[in-house]
Design a binder for this molecule. Structure first.
Ligand SMILES: O=P(O)(O)OC[C@H]1O[C@H](O)[C@H](O)[C@@H](O)[C@@H]1O
Length: 289
C-alpha cells in the first residue's frame, strides 16, 4: 500500500521489461487473490510492517502454502516472518514510508534476486543510484514554483511511466494535500481526455511525464496542445537514467521533491498525514489488525 506498494509497481515494470517466463501481479488489498497456491512466490512489502492489508496478505499467502518473502523495517510483519523462520529483508527504521523509496526498492530487488529470480542486475541498481544522485531538490523546487497556487493538478503518464504519474499523485496528496488526478495513457485517450473538450475555469497545473515508444510520442504531442488549450500551466518531465529502474526511481524522487516544495509554497505541512490514522483506528475497531 502507499509508499511501499509502489515498490511492487517497479518490480512489475522490471519483470515486464525482462520478459520473465511468468507473470508478476501487484496486489494492493487485504488477503491474496483467489488463485494463489503453493506454486506462487509472494513478496510482502510494508515499510512500517504494520499495514493491515500487507500483513494479512503475507499470512494468507503462507496459509495457502506460497513462499513468502518480507521487506520491512520492523513491526508485525518482521515479528511474523521471524517467528515463522521466513526470509526477511530488514531496512532502516525511522523514515516516513514514502521517503524510504530507495531502501524499499533495493531491499526488494535483493531479496527477490537471492530467491533465485534475477529481477535486476547490480549494474541496473548502480545506474538507478546514479540517477537518484543526479536529481537535485532545486529541480523539484523549480517545478513546484511553476505549479504553486492551483486548484487542481493533473498528472499524465504514458506506458510504463504511468507508474511515475501514479507516484506523483500519491506524493501530491500526502505531502502537499493537493487535489490531484492522474491520466494513464494510452487508456485515458479513450475516456479521461474527453474532459478537456470543455474549457474548465479552475486554476490547473498539468504535469506531463514523458515516456518512450511510438504511441506515447504521438500522445505527448497531442497532450501538449490539448493542455495548452486549457490556458494554464503545463510542466513536462522526462525521467532520466540508464534503464527502466533508474528512470522510474528518478521520476519518482523528483515527484517527492516537487510535492514537498509545493506543500511549502502552499503553506501546508508535508509531514502530517494524520487522517490516515482514522482509517487505521476504524480497522482496529472492526477487529482487523
Ligand atoms: O508503507 P507502510 O508502512 O506499509 O504504510 C502504508 C502507507 O500507510 C499510510 O497510509 C501512509 O500515509 C503511507 O505513506 C504509507 O505508505
Amino acid at each position: 500500500m502507499g509508499g511501499s506498494g509502489v515498490t511492487g509497481d517497479y518490480i512489475w515494470a522490471l519483470a515486464a521489461a525482462k520478459a520473465l517466463r511468468f507473470p508478476v501481479i501487484v496486489h494492493k488489498a487485504e488477503g491474496v487473490p483467489s488463485w494463489v497456491t503453493a506454486e506462487d512466490l509472494v513478496v510482502a512489502i510494508s515499510y512500517s510492517g504494520n499495514t493491515y492489508e500487507t500483513v494479512s496478505c503475507a499470512r494468507e499467502a503462507k496459509a495457502r502454502g506460497a513462499t513468502v518473502l518480507s521487506v520491512t523495517s520492523g513491526g508485525k510483519l518482521a515479528s511474523w516472518a521471524k517467528e515463522n523462520g521466513l526470509p526477511l529483508a530488514l531496512i532502516e527504521p525511522g523514515y516516513y514510508p514514502r521517503t524510504a523509496l530507495g531502501m524499499l526498492a533495493g531491499a526488494t530487488i535483493g531479496i527477490i534476486n537471492s530467491s533465485g529470480i534475477k529481477i535486476a542486475a547490480d549494474k541496473e541498481v548502480e545506474d538507478a543510484a546514479d540517477a537518484l544522485r543526479s536529481t537535485s531538490r532545486g529541480e523539484g523546487e523549480t517545478i513546484a514554483r511553476a505549479l504553486a497556487g492551483k486548484d487542481i493538478y493533473i498528472v499524465a503518464g504514458c506506458g510504463l511511466f504511468d507508474i511515475v504519474a501514479h507516484r506523483w499523485r500519491q506524493e501530491f496528496s500526502e505531502n502537499a494535500k493537493a487535489i490531484t488526478k492522474t491520466e494513464f495513457y494510452p487508456e485515458s485517450a479513450h475516456n479521461d481526455m474527453v474532459v478537456w473538450q470543455l474549457l474548465h475555469n479552475v486554476r490547473k497545473g498539468f504535469v506531463l511525464i514523458e515516456g518512450d515508444g511510438r504511441v506515447c510520442a504521438v500522445l505527448e504531442d497531442l497532450l501538449r496542445q490539448i493542455y495548452n488549450d486549457q490556458r494554464d500551466t503545463v510542466v513536462r518531465v522526462t525521467p532520466r537514467g540508464n534503464g527502466v529502474l533508474a528512470q522510474l526511481l528518478q521520476g519518482s524522487l523528483l515527484g517527492g521533491y516537487t510535492s514537498t516544495y509545493l506543500a511549502m509554497f502552499n503553506g501546508v505541512d508535508p509531514r502530517d498525514t494524520s487522517i490516515t490514522g482514522r482509517y487505521k483506528e476504524a480497522l482496529e475497531k472492526a477487529g482487523l489488525s
